[in-house]
Design a protein around this ligand. Structure first.
Ligand code: DC
Length: 226
């Protein structure tokens, strides 16, 4: 039985997934969930626990700090979800360039993914959810009824990321951001566990020449028309 309350949106870095997923969720009256933010929160927690992420990371050190992390989503008064880290709202620190630099390494760890899988799956009990990430249609919800894979050309993605304030270092250029995005994509595509990949039954959307409303319209029309 396909899970008809779950909409998955996967794709590479800065492909517009979060903007699109949020708007699709609003149109459908569902909850928007960014799984990238969960990996970023674990990365920040590791940095705050004095783990040096620039050298080899020992899985048992990560296991130890995960024991001290309570990561969950709570419902706000406005009906949206907030990611909570040990009882506090995860703020803009999880979107910082330092976190972005190390997050793919953390996301490639088997114990990190194993720790998150149940926490991500149980969010389907909230009702209609629009969940975005890299492995949502392939691993987390392989039986989701609606799956999309969103991408755009590297240059378009770099320009979009550059326009998001606070997410790129001072003095970043289209070329430097494109390089950072390409490095992260490569790690996400080449890792052995849950790599970035289009699910066979996902609808492929290249949004290079489309605006946000066009992409949202396409996805919502597909869901309503099926
Ligand atoms: O979507 P994002 O840029 O916030 O994701 C941050 C990182 O987390 C990205 O480099 C890959 C990783 N990630 C993942 O491995 N699996 C997911 N489902 C979501 C994100």
């Amino acid at each position: 039985m396909p899970q008809d309350n779950v909409i998955t949106i996967d794709g590479p870095a800065a492909s517009g997934k979060s903007t699109i997923a949020q708007k699709v969720a609003d149109k459908l009256g569902g909850f928007y969930i960014s799984t990238g933010n969960m990996y970023r929160a674990i990365t920040l927690h590791a940095m705050n626990s004095n783990i040096d992420l620039s050298s080899d990371i020992f899985p048992d050190r990560i296991d130890k700090i995960l024991e001290k992390l309570d990561l969950s989503y709570s419902k706000n008064a406005d009906g949206k979800l907030s990611l909570m880290m040990n009882g506090k709202t995860a703020d803009s620190a999880i979107r910082s360039p330092e976190v972005a630099k190390h997050v793919s390494k953390i996301a490639s760890m088997e114990n990190v993914r194993a720790w998150l899988i149940g926490r991500q799956r149980e969010l389907a009990s909230l009702g209609t959810i629009v969940m975005e990430g890299r492995d949502i249609g392939t691993v987390i919800f392989p039986d989701a009824k609606y799956k999309f894979f969103l991408t755009a050309s590297p240059e378009v993605r770099a320009r979009r990321r550059l326009a998001q304030s606070g997410e790129t270092p001072e003095g970043a250029t289209v070329a430097s951001v494109a390089g950072e995005i390409a490095a992260r994509d490569e790690m996400d595509i080449k890792r052995t566990i849950a790599p970035l990949k289009k699910a066979d039954d996902a609808i492929f959307i290249d949004s290079s020449d489309m605006n946000v409303e066009e992409v949202v319209g396409l996805i919502v029309a597909h869901i309503k028309g099926s």
